[in-house]
Write a protein that binds this ligand. Structure first.
Ligand code: NAG
Ligand code: NAG
Ligand code: NAG
Ligand code: NAG
Ligand code: NAG
Length: 438
C-alpha cells in the first residue's frame, strides 16, 4: 500500500498543478471574454463586432480584432481600425488588464480625450486613436497614461488648445503623433526634446504660433521621422539639427523658413524623403551631396538660386525631383539622365538653360517631364519615349528646337503634351494628333 502511495504522490501533485494552472487560465480567459462582451455592449452592440459572440465562437481570441498572448486566452491587443465605431472608448476596454496595444484608428469616435478610461490601461504600450473625431483639449494630466507607453498616435482628430507639457512626460515614448489637429499656441518643445528614445515626431498641420524650429530638438538623435509641415515655422532651419543623422523623413514644407538649406541636410546618409517646398528659402544648394538614399526631393516654390549640383547624379534611388518655382540657373547635369529610378521631374518656372540630358528617359521609367517656363534649348530626343511610361510632357516657353521625336507615338500613356513657345518643327504622329486635336 505504502509503495504505490509514495510512487503516485508526485504524479498526483503534478496533475493537480497542471489542472490548477488550466483552471486559472480558463478562468482568466473567460474573464477577458466577458470583458470584451461588456465592451461590445457598452459600444452599443455594433454590427461590426458581430463576431464577438461566445455562441458562434467560444474562443474569444478568434473574435475580430482580438489578439491573445501565449494561447491562454489573455487579451493583449485590440486592432479595431476602420470599423465605423462611434461614441467614445468604453471603460470596459481597459478592464482587459494585459492590454498592451489598442488600435482604434479610422473610426468615428467623438467627444473629449477618454482620459479616465485610458488611464486604467496600465500596461498599454501602443495607443492609436488617429483618424477619429475627438475634440477638446488634451488634459494636463495626460501623463497618467501608462508609464510604459511607447507609441501615442493622436493624429487627425480635432483636438485643440495648447498641447500640454504632460504629453511629453511619458518617458518611454518612441512615437508622438500630434499632426492634423487644431492645436494652437506653443508646443512643449523643451519637454519633447527630453524624450531620448523618440523616433517619430509629427506636429504638422496645426495652428501653432509663429516660431522658429526649436533648436533643442537637436537632442532627439534617434529621430527617423520629423514632420513639421505647415505649423508656422519662421527663421532658419537650425544648424544644430546636423545631429539628426538617423532621419529618413524630413518634412518642413509650407512654412515661412528663410535662409539657405543647410549643408547637413544634403549629408544625411539615411534620408529618403526631403520636403522643404513652399517656404522662403534662398541661396545655392551644397555641391557636396552625400544623401545617396534620397527617393523624393521637393524644394519647389522657394527662392533658391545657382545650379543643380552635379552630385545629384549619384542619387541612384531618386524617383521624384521637384525644383519648380525657384531661380535656378545653368544646365541640368548629364548624370540626371542616367538615374535608374527617376520618374517625375518638375523644374518649371526657373532660369534653366542648355539641353536636356542626352539620355533622359532611356534609363528610368520616366512618367512626368515638366520643364516649362525655362530657357532650355536643343532637341527633345527619342529617349524620352524609350520606356513608354510618359504621361506628361510640359515643355512650353523654352528655346527647344529641331524636329519632334519621331517615336512620340511610343509614348502611349501620354495625356498631356504642351510644346508651344519653342522653335520646334515637324509633325505630330497621327495617333498623337488624334489624341490632341487642334
Ligand atoms: C467615419 O469615419 C470615416 C473615416 O475615418 C469617414 O470616411 C466617414 O465619413 C465617417 N462617417 C461618419 C458617419 O462620420
Ligand atoms: C500611428 O502611429 C503609430 C506609431 O508610429 C503607427 O504605427 C501607426 O501606423 C499610426 N497609425 C496610422 C493610422 O497611421
Ligand atoms: C508666412 O507667409 C505667408 C505668405 O507669404 C504670410 O501670409 C504669413 O503671414 C506668414 N506667416 C508668418 C508666421 O510669418
Ligand atoms: C517664359 O519663361 C521665362 C523663364 O522662366 C519667364 O521669365 C517668362 O515670364 C515666361 N513667359 C511666359 C509668357 O510665361
Ligand atoms: C535663351 O537661350 C538662347 C539659346 O540658348 C539664347 O540665345 C537666349 O539669349 C536665351 N534667352 C534668355 C532670355 O536668356
Amino acid at each position: 500500500m505504502a509503495r504505490p502511495n509514495t510512487c503516485y504522490l508526485p504524479v498526483i501533485i503534478v496533475l493537480f498543478l497542471l489542472l490548477g494552472c488550466k483552471c486559472r487560465s480558463d478562468h482568466s480567459a473567460a474573464g477577458d471574454g466577458e470583458k470584451l462582451l461588456a465592451a461590445k455592449h457598452d459600444w452599443g452592440n455594433p454590427r461590426q463586432l458581430v463576431s464577438w459572440d461566445p455562441v458562434a465562437a467560444a474562443d474569444h481570441c478568434s473574435w475580430k480584432g482580438v489578439v491573445c498572448a501565449g494561447g491562454v486566452g489573455v487579451v493583449t491587443e485590440l486592432s479595431l481600425q476602420g470599423l465605423s465605431l462611434t461614441g467614445s472608448v468604453p471603460a470596459s476596454v481597459c478592464e482587459l488588464k494585459n492590454l498592451h496595444r489598442l488600435d482604434l484608428s479610422y473610426n468615428n469616435l467623438t467627444g473629449a480625450f477618454p482620459a479616465a478610461t485610458l488611464y486604467a490601461c496600465a500596461q498599454l504600450r501602443f495607443l492609436d486613436i488617429s483618424f477619429n473625431s475627438f475634440t477638446g483639449v488634451l488634459p494636463d494630466h495626460v501623463d497618467a497614461l501608462s508609464p510604459v507607453m511607447e507609441h501615442l498616435n493622436l493624429s487627425s482628430n480635432s483636438f485643440g488648445g495648447v498641447v500640454p507639457a504632460a504629453v511629453a512626460r511619458l518617458p518611454a515614448l518612441k512615437s508622438l503623433l500630434l499632426d492634423n489637429n487644431r492645436f494652437t499656441g506653443a508646443y512643449p518643445a523643451a519637454e519633447i526634446s527630453e524624450l531620448s528614445d523618440l523616433e517619430v515626431l509629427t506636429l504638422a498641420f496645426n495652428a501653432f504660433s509663429p516660431a522658429p524650429a526649436p533648436p533643442e530638438f537637436a537632442k532627439l538623435t534617434k529621430l527617423t521621422y520629423l514632420w513639421m509641415e505647415k505649423i508656422n515655422l519662421i527663421g532658419e532651419i537650425p544648424e544644430a539639427y546636423a545631429s539628426l543623422t538617423e532621419l529618413t523623413v524630413l518634412a518642413m514644407s509650407s512654412n515661412n523658413l528663410t535662409g539657405s538649406i543647410p549643408a547637413w541636410v544634403w549629408h544625411l546618409r539615411k534620408l529618403e524623403f526631403l520636403y522643404l517646398y513652399a517656404n522662403a528659402l534662398s541661396g545655392e544648394l551644397t555641391r557636396d551631396v552625400t544623401a545617396v538614399n534620397l527617393v523624393e526631393l521637393d524644394v519647389s516654390t522657394n527662392q533658391l538660386t545657382g545650379e543643380i549640383p552635379e552630385a545629384f547624379g549619384k542619387l541612384r534611388n531618386l524617383e521624384v525631383m521637384f525644383l519648380y518655382e525657384n531661380h535656378f540657373t545653368g544646365a541640368i547635369p548629364a548624370g540626371i539622365g542616367l538615374l535608374p529610378r527617376l520618374a517625375d521631374i518638375r523644374i518649371f518656372i526657373n532660369w534653366f538653360s542648355g539641353e536636356l540630358p542626352a539620355e533622359l528617359g532611356k534609363h528610368s521609367p520616366l512618367r512626368e517631364l515638366q520643364v516649362a517656363n525655362n530657357n532650355l534649348s536643343g532637341p527633345l530626343r527619342e529617349t524620352l519615349c524609350a520606356n513608354r511610361k510618359l504621361t506628361v510632357i510640359a515643355a512650353f516657353n523654352n528655346s527647344f528646337s529641331g524636329s519632334l521625336p519621331a517615336n512620340l507615338g511610343n509614348c502611349i500613356l501620354l495625356d498631356y503634351l504642351a510644346l508651344d513657345d519653342n522653335q520646334l518643327s515637324g509633325t505630330l504622329p497621327a495617333d498623337i494628333k488624334q489624341a490632341f486635336p487642334s
